[in-house]
Ligand binder design. Sequence first.
Ligand code: C2E
Ligand code: CA
Ligand code: CA
Length: 521
Amino acid sequence: MLGRQDADFLDAEEVALLRSHDARVIEQGERVAVEERFRGANSSDERIYYSVKLPLRDDTGAVYALCGISTDITDYRQIQDQLHQLAYYDPLTSLPNRRLLLERLRESLAERTHVRNDGALMLIDLNNFKQLNDTLGHAVGDQLLEQVGERLKHHLHSTDTLARLSGDEFVLLLPHLHPDAQEAALQAHHMTQRVLDDLAQPFQLQNSDYLASACIGVALFSDSGMDADTLLRNADLALTEAKLSGRNTHRFFNPSMQVEVNRRSQLETALRLAIAHNDLQLFIQPQWHQDGSVIGAEALVRWPHKEKGWISPGDFIPIAETSGLIVPLGEWVLEQACVTLARWQTIPALASLVLAINISPRQFRHNDFVNQVENCVTRHRIDPSRLELEITESLLIDDVEQTIARMNQLRQHGIRFSLDDFGTGYASLGYLKRLPLFQLKIDQSFVRDLLTDSNDEAIVRTIIALGHGMDLAVIAEGVETAEQADHLRKLGCDSFQGYFFGRPAAIPEWEGKLADRPAAL
Ligand code: C2E
Ligand code: CA
Ligand code: CA
């Protein structure tokens, strides 16, 4: 190398990096010890060097040169990586092993002290694996395990961990489930179903189909304290229960979660059918202006169930949201609303009414949402300004930019937005002024205690001032008494909705009343 320069070995960027290290030594008198990765000017192999650079000083202490020593540590690093791989990964499937799983599990549990999420540990065990090993040999058994690992990987989200514990036992760690334990249980339940369905598809072993099956034991973080070993033990107990119940089954460690999950999955199946068979009904509840005229109505979905009677949307909307059924359900509501608005346009007494529909976050975020709304409005030839979308603050917690962009798109088409349940969410007020809103809707919890709780009165007063300050209309929901209505009117609230003015009822019923009604109350 004698007589040659850095530039003979390295490209311009790499030389610049070296010079910056040199400058620290020469100008600041620092001792620099760094790991440097260089590809070189004409090689594609990356080499890793450990370089130490020292200032050389004269009698007065001034730096007059630097002395540098670089050692090529590429091979050493490769061995280290291999050791890490051996220590933390299963050689057969390349999945994390028990040790890495436990580390990740402890990290996830520690994170829970400041993140509100629940999480789940799912222990997955293949049925009859020993039999396969004994009859077809270990090499074939290994093939199955590799393929199972590959399939399970497809179900992972970025923060999930899939590990192989031992033999035919796999573990899925889902650290970021819903903060509410029952919602989390339902999410875990959906995951177990996807996994069991997937593992029930035939595997290819020695050129022929092999049918495998599995059982899953699930323990939620919230059931098992903060301890990784307890969590594993609980998932294992649940797995034993699942194995006793037959192939392709899963069990939760917590029996009450199991009951809840069963109840919800039955409801989910029934709801799926109800949507498909057009069994849902749309009710409406009128909204009154403070001058006494009716300005519009909110559409509220109802589910008449053969055995259970009327099921409240409070019970089935959350199920529709976690299962994804909210998308077809929301489409149905949108369609009904547009049909209704189209009819109202032909009736003079109803032609100026606005119809509001509730939009769940999952529905709003669906890729096709904007398209669906625009399409429905066009197809039914309705005036878009008669359609109002009620959204909630939860849309503003993540992906705010996308939310704002979508709202603007719809707003440009003339559709208006009302912010529902206002005051109960966690949205930053800073976002409020960036949203193309028409109206704030004061949550009914504040209206309920308006006359008895001075805090609630202060909140209502503030929301009205805030809304008007931003040129938004303000409506109060859940108005049940004349006193509440009076008080809200005094506070300057623009419009009202609630049992005092009228209960939700089937659309023809309200249409009849509103069409016959004199212009003001
Ligand atoms: P929300 O949007 O806050 O709707 C208002 C709820 O308050 C309705 O309950 C309504 O019947 C009820 N309500 C109206 N006036 C009064 C009153 O004076 N006092 C009291 N205590 N309650 C009153 P509902 O119909 O059971 O709906 C519950 C929730 O279900 C709705 O809350 C909304 O979040 C959701 N929901 C209803 N229909 C749909 C829908 O079509 N799509 C979506 N995504 N969600 C819906
Ligand atoms: Ca609403
Ligand atoms: Ca509401």
